[in-house]
Design a protein around this ligand. Structure first.
Ligand code: SF4
Ligand code: SF4
Length: 322
């Protein structure tokens, strides 16, 4: 479902286990990722971290969190992560610069997550941008204290341009998980104390959702509060609506947006659309919005609903790529 460098995760749930609790055995590999520790690199050698991870025979991808240590310690741990094909995480704040820390780890070929709480650094939007430029693979945001505002924080950071976002938040049902994912989060991390049955159920529900809908963290429409990826579902800007504000954020004029969307979908399965509002699937809504006109075109051209959404995901990435 998710590929981050050499890591292949079969669902977007992670379990964070500071002490490598034995309770994790009950998870039976149902989480996509298990993150062990926070290992202080000024006290623990990478070989010890490697041993701690080897104790876990799990179907989940494995990673480890680190704090402390200097740039050389980070690089040494990064080399081990790359060799073992683990996700390495660096927890902020650090005394050395963030960009230097990312460069030291990424230079070893390791997959890297950087974890920050809302107070770790002043401006999370700037941090997201900085990490993207430096080449980090994940921004892991601890938003447990953010309450109902967490989804808006995620939207703001993902719209500002950031690596894929993992959100540390306690969700209790599918709706809450979907709310965070639909605002631009790519993964949700849970406590090791989470009920293994619930983790198993939620991981399964998200996998089924991906299979049916084709884009497990698809945004809501822009006019329903969705993030910028949702411009893939927007019609041509022919009236005053929230799309105009979204285009300003992206830096496109309405005319450029029209031309770009047409150019990006020309010759693709999204080009046809006889009988739809604007004559092409390019402009059509999210698959979860019922519409017999769009569905008739999909059927006529042999495009399954999940394929339609995968094409819209690609279109969103291309529109926001610049
Ligand atoms: S263009 Fe259509 S889908 Fe997009 S924000 Fe406006 S009304 Fe909503
Ligand atoms: S045809 Fe249906 S899916 Fe397409 S833009 Fe119109 S309402 Fe949306």
């Amino acid at each position: 479902m998710l590929e981050i460098g050499y890591l292949k995760l079969d669902n977007p749930l992670a379990i964070v286990s500071p002490k490598g609790s034995r309770d994790l055995a009950g998870l039976n590999g149902s989480a996509g990722l298990v993150m062990l520790g926070r290992f202080d690199l000024s006290e623990v050698a990478p070989s010890e971290i490697k041993r701690a991870m080897e104790e876990w025979r799990s179907g989940s991808a494995l990673g480890f969190s680190t704090a402390g240590g200097d740039i050389d310690d980070l690089a040494e741990a990064g080399r081990m992560a790359a060799e073992e094909r683990r996700l390495m995480e660096v927890v902020l704040p650090r005394t050395d610069g963030i960009a230097d820390a990312v460069e030291a780890v990424k230079g070893t070929g390791a997959a890297l997550s950087v974890r920050a709480g809302p107070d770790a650094v002043g401006d999370l939007k700037t941090l997201g941008r900085e990490l993207k430029v430096a080449g980090a693979d994940f921004l892991h945001l601890d938003l447990r204290g953010a309450g109902p505002g967490a989804a808006k924080v995620v939207k703001r950071i993902s719209e500002g341009g950031s690596p894929p976002i993992m959100v540390r938040i306690d969700v209790g049902d599918f709706k809450a998980a979907k709310e965070i994912l639909s605002m631009g989060a790519d993964m949700i991390s849970l406590s090791e104390k989470a009920d293994p049955e619930f983790v198993n159920w939620l991981a399964d529900a998200l996998k089924r959702y991906q299979k049916i809908v084709g884009w497990y963290n698809a945004p809501k429409h822009i006019c329903s509060g969705g993030d910028l990826r949702a411009v893939a579902f927007c019609c041509p800007p022919v009236k005053s609506c929230p799309l105009l504000g979204a285009l300003k954020k992206i830096g496109l004029t309405p005319q450029e947006f029209i031309e770009m969307k047409i150019a990006l979908t020309r010759g693709t399965p999204l080009e046809p659309g006889e009988g739809t509002c604007f004559g092409s699937l390019t402009w059509c809504c999210k698959i979860t919005k019922p519409c017999f006109m769009r569905d008739a075109v999909l059927e006529r051209h042999g495009i399954s609903p999940d394929e339609y959404m995968r094409l819209k995901k690609k279109l969103a990435e291309e529109l926001l790529e610049r």
